[in-house]
Design a protein around this ligand. Structure first.
Ligand SMILES: NC(=O)c1ccc[n+]([C@@H]2O[C@H](COP(=O)([O-])OP(=O)(O)OC[C@H]3O[C@@H](n4cnc5c(N)ncnc54)[C@H](OP(=O)(O)O)[C@@H]3O)[C@@H](O)[C@H]2O)c1
Length: 318
């Protein structure tokens, strides 16, 4: 890539968005505009600009995009809580679908490369280890909203890459909502029992690996759909046990249950997860082994208090 690149990152306060800002901010030959619905939560404010943007506001979205004139937009903004989406369908649709339409409208007839993020929850969980050519059939409203947004992008004339991922684990100093790994850790540290499903299978993804997949797509300029995930296909219960092992916590507090027993508000696919051979072959993506990934997060949590090293620091020193 020779010319100066201008990257607009939406949802920059989120787990993925904040790590992307950390990756691209200050990078040579790159200008970054981070936008999110709330005020900037990223501690380090150097190397990028920040503006508040709710992507459901069509006019403001268009104005900010036109003013910044990006070469790339990485859209991480979304309502990502599956059960919340089931209960608040209008809001979920507004952000996950209308927000994407607003971005598409603002960049139509331009050469902007839209890198959009999506999920394995667009699949029905009957097969497992889905590839890019499998047909989505979402069970939940969240999955339906994400699949609809994907279709809107594919039907548009914009230059796009859609990166789907699975059960991302990791931390960031911006995110107040918990993720599965942190939930397991917090409960077991308090010696609380935690019911975990044994019949849902996933390919858990280290947050830094997802970021690396996005970077590889950005660098290569490749378009189309890519599945970015970890390489191990395990039950969510096994994932919880591995987490307990790495963090030295008592895994006997984990209580195995079925999805039927837990009755989540939104339906979940049983056999989820991705095959990632396309990403490995075409992007040279190398997923971090799960136990190593969990150890990286443990190290990040150890350093978190004041001066958390960047993902790259932690990776290099592992
Ligand atoms: N995390 C996972 O396990 C996972 C798995 C599969 C796929 N994905 C996909 O990966 C992407 C990123 O996920 P994530 O976990 O990084 O998300 P996240 O931590 O939940 O962050 C999403 C961010 O979106 C922002 N946002 C929400 N509504 C908005 C709006 N109307 N306008 C602008 N920004 C808005 C929020 O910003 P504020 O904080 O400023 O309000 C929030 O910080 C999503 O597309 C998700 O579907 C994630």
């Amino acid at each position: 890539m020779s010319n100066h690149q201008r990257i607009l990152i939406t949802g920059s306060n989120g787990l993925t968005g904040s790590k992307l800002v950390g990756l691209f901010a200050g990078m040579k030959g790159v200008s970054v505009l981070a936008v999110s619905k709330s005020a900037n939560k990223i501690k380090n404010s150097e190397g990028y600009e920040f503006e508040i943007l709710d992507i459901t506001e069509a006019k403001k979205t268009e104005a900010i995009i036109k003013k910044f004139s990006p070469t790339h937009i990485i859209n991480t903004a979304a309502i990502t809580l599956t059960d919340f989406c089931e209960q608040e369908q209008e809001l979920c649709w507004k952000v996950n679908v209308t927000g994407v339409e607003n971005i598409l409208h603002a960049i139509k007839n331009t050469s902007v490369h839209l890198i959009h993020l999506s999920t394995d929850l667009i699949f029905d969980g009957k097969k497992g280890l889905y590839s890019e050519s499998d047909t989505p059939s979402p069970l939940s409203f969240y999955g339906y909203s994400k699949w609809t947004a994907e279709r809107k992008i594919m039907e548009s004339s914009v230059r796009y890459s859609i990166l789907r991922t699975v059960l991302v684990y990791g931390i960031s100093d911006t995110v107040s909502r918990t993720n599965f790994l942190l939930m397991v850790k917090e409960n077991l540290e308090k010696k609380k029992k935690l019911q975990v499903v044994t019949d849902q299978f996933r390919t858990p993804t280290l947050a830094e690996d997802f970021i690396e997949g996005i970077r590889l797509v950005y660098e290569s300029g490749r378009t189309g759909i890519f599945h970015i995930a970890g390489a191990e296909y395990i039950s969510i219960f096994d994932f919880a046990e591995r987490t307990a092992d790495v963090f030295g916590l008592d895994k006997k507090l984990l209580v195995p249950v079925s999805t039927e027993f837990l009755k989540p508000i939104a339906k979940r696919p049983l056999l989820g997860g991705f095959t990632i051979s396309k990403a490995i072959n075409e992007l040279k993506f190398k997923p971090t082994p799960l136990v190593e990934g969990l150890a990286i997060v443990k190290k990040q949590l150890f350093f978190k208090s004041d001066d958390m090293p960047s993902a790259v620091d932690v990776r290099v020193s592992r």
